[in-house]
Design a protein around this ligand. Structure first.
Ligand SMILES: NC(=O)c1ccc[n+]([C@@H]2O[C@H](COP(=O)([O-])OP(=O)(O)OC[C@H]3O[C@@H](n4cnc5c(N)ncnc54)[C@H](OP(=O)(O)O)[C@@H]3O)[C@@H](O)[C@H]2O)c1
Length: 387
């Protein structure tokens, strides 16, 4: 039996992890959960599994939750709570399903404590992925991808020599507006943007999928996770979302990873690796898949994707700046402060105008502080434009 903690238990990744755990109660035990604002849902999950450790963001929520639980649990709060839960001796695996840079705290401390970290969060890999890999290596921890495309590559790369690989090809559904004319982008509402054609995900990643920023982030994520140069990572539009990752080999062969679009597959793989288990999902019937479509992405229309390649080329702190700015810009769009067509404008403006202070990306406090500064800078840009 492996002891598991789920960071971001009330979110989409958290829910899929819990669904998977329910299907194999004798293999994994949930001993810790974290969430930020959905305290009612967190209470319900905690009571279902009688989870002994819980972390929330605010002290007052910790008090309310602690006194309302129908069993006794240790309820912690804030960054210290995340750190303590990630470092607990009894934890074997940490699932990182928190969105945004906040995930860096449990990721870093779980790796430092030598755990297996099943990471869905892409923000902290983009920001300081190389450093996290170093920490994992030093502490004999494991950093395993849960993002479906990266899980696909992780699986495909197991048996291939790196020198045999010509390209990593990341598939993108194209999001809900792939066919929408660019002149209509200003009319796209948050409600339209969060309804993804294939995946049911949190609001932030859904908007990122609609702008293709998410695909750009996945390019940067793949570059770090698999140590691949940017010019060997390509994106293709594949609206069916059945092929999640493709590797092109030097002899002209392509290997593809194909499955139903269900995050439980990637989650289960990271939790069970190197084993595989039967899953409670409807598996894909290949005979109903008559053909597979792959198209070139439209970089002009989806300039966020272009920005990702730009920061990937620049390296250093630039991917972190893009990621931080995106957290603010997407939030502003969701709160109707800016229109959909302005998302890439504010990202580019931040990249061009933010004055970079010196920073040590191997210090997580400095990284978080730097991230905050970029966020404040982008917030100001948006505020000024609204005056
Ligand atoms: N969803 C997917 O299919 C998918 C696929 C690949 C990668 N990912 C990545 O996985 C991560 C999670 O995505 P998601 O779709 O599951 O997001 P989500 O549904 O919005 O869930 C986010 C979770 O993180 C918690 N959280 C958010 N901000 C927090 C903070 N500042 N401090 C502590 N907890 C915080 C939320 O708590 P409350 O809800 O209680 O506020 C919630 O439990 C993202 O990085 C995303 O890019 C997701």
């Amino acid at each position: 039996m492996k002891n598991l903690v789920i960071f971001g238990a009330t979110g989409s990744i958290g829910n899929s992890t819990i669904e998977f755990i329910k299907s194999c109660p004798n293999k994994f035990k949930i001993i810790g959960l974290s969430a930020r604002s959905r305290i009612k849902e967190l209470k319900q999950i905690s009571e279902t599994f009688k989870v002994p450790y819980i972390v929330v963001e605010k002290e007052e929520d910790a008090k309310i939750l602690s006194s309302s639980l129908n069993y006794s649990a240790q309820v912690l709060w804030g960054d210290e709570g995340l750190k303590d839960l990630a470092s607990l001796d009894s934890v074997d695996i940490a699932v990182i399903g928190i969105s945004g840079i906040k995930a860096l705290i449990p990721t870093y401390y779980a790796l430092k404590a030598g755990k297996r970290v099943a990471i869905a969060n892409k923000e902290c890999i983009i920001a300081v992925g190389s450093f996290l890999k170093e920490i994992a290596k030093y502490h004999k921890a494991e950093l395993l991808p849960v993002d479906s495309e990266h899980s696909a590559f992780f699986q495909l790369l197991q048996k291939e020599k790196k020198e045999h690989i010509e390209k990593l090809i990341i598939t993108a559904s194209g999001g809900p507006f792939y066919k929408t004319p660019i002149k209509e982008f200003s009319k796209i509402t948050p409600e339209m943007a969060v309804s993804h054609p294939t995946w049911k995900m949190g609001k932030k990643i859904s908007v990122d999928s609609a702008t293709l920023m998410n695909k750009g982030f996945e390019v940067l994520e793949a570059m770090v996770l698999f140590d691949f140069p940017l010019d060997k990572i390509e994106v293709v539009i594949h609206p069916q979302s059945l092929v999640h990752g493709i590797i092109k080999l030097i002899d002209g062969c392509y290997l593809m990873h194909l499955s139903s679009p269900d995050m439980k597959i990637a989650i289960a793989y990271a939790l069970n690796y190197p084993e595989r288990v039967k899953l409670p999902i409807k598996s894909l019937d290949l005979t109903t898949t008559k053909y597979l479509i792959f198209e070139k992405p439209n970089f002009k229309k989806f300039s966020c994707l272009k920005l990702a390649y730009k920061v990937g080329k620049l390296g250093g702190v630039y991917p972190l700046i893009l990621e931080a700015a995106d957290e603010v810009v997407v939030d502003a769009f969701l709160n109707r402060k800016i229109t959909f067509d302005k998302i890439s404008y504010f990202l580019e403006k931040t990249l061009n105008e933010f004055k970079i202070p010196s920073i040590n990306l191997k210090d997580i406090n400095e990284t978080l502080e730097f991230h905050k500064k970029v966020c404040e800078f982008t917030e100001n840009l948006i505020k000024k434009s609204c005056l």
